[in-house]
Design a protein around this ligand. Sequence first.
Ligand code: NAD
Length: 176
Amino acid sequence: MNTKLDGKVALITGSGRGIGRSIALKLASEGARVVINDLDDAPAQETVQAIRAAGGQAVACVGNVTAPDFAERFVGTAVNEFQGLDIIINNAGYTWDNVIQKMSDEQWYAMMDCHLTAPFRILRAAQPVIRELSQDRRRRPATARCARWSTSRRWQASSATRGRPTTPPPRPASWA
Ligand SMILES: NC(=O)c1ccc[n+]([C@@H]2O[C@H](COP(=O)([O-])OP(=O)(O)OC[C@H]3O[C@@H](n4cnc5c(N)ncnc54)[C@H](O)[C@@H]3O)[C@@H](O)[C@H]2O)c1
C-alpha cells in the first residue's frame, strides 16, 4: 500500500458505485481514511468492506446528500471516526435531463439540489473543521513559518520577473 495520503481523511459522496467507488478505493490505497456515502446501506458497506479487505480504513455514512441534515452528519462522521478532514469529493449525482422545452421545474430543482446545493452545504459544514485543523497545524514556531513564506520559490520567481522586492509583504491577518 502507498503512503502518499497517510494521515489524510477523505469524504466521498456516492461512493457505493461507479466513479465514486473507484476514487474511494484509490484514495484508501494511498493511505487515506475514507468516509463512504451512498443512498443505500448495501453499496456503501460493499465499498467499505472492499477497502478494509485491502488493508485500508473506511466507514459508511449512508443517506441522501440532498437531506438538509446530511452535510453536518457527513462531516461529523469524519471528525468522530477519524479526527480529521482533508479531502472532499462531491461525486454523488445522476442525470435527469431533457430538451429545455420539456424539462420540468421538478427536474431542474432535483439537479440543482443534488449537484449544487448538496456540495455547497458539505463545503460549508466542512469549513470550520478544516479551519480549526489548519490552525492546529500552524501552531508551530512562528520563526519556522516566516522562514518558509519569505523563501517561497513562487514568490521569489514572480518577484524577479515583475521587478518587486524579493521579500514578500506580511501575510494578511484574514489568512490566519
Ligand atoms: N459516467 C459518466 O460518463 C459521467 C459523466 C459526467 C458526469 N458524471 C457524474 O459523475 C458522478 C458519478 O457518476 P457514475 O457514472 O459513477 O454514476 P453511478 O450511478 O455509477 O454512481 C453514482 C452513485 O451516486 C449515488 N447517488 C446518486 N444520487 C445520490 C444522492 N442524492 N445521495 C447519495 N448518493 C447518491 C448512486 O446511488 C450511485 O451509487 C455523477 O455525479 C455523474 O452525474 C458521470
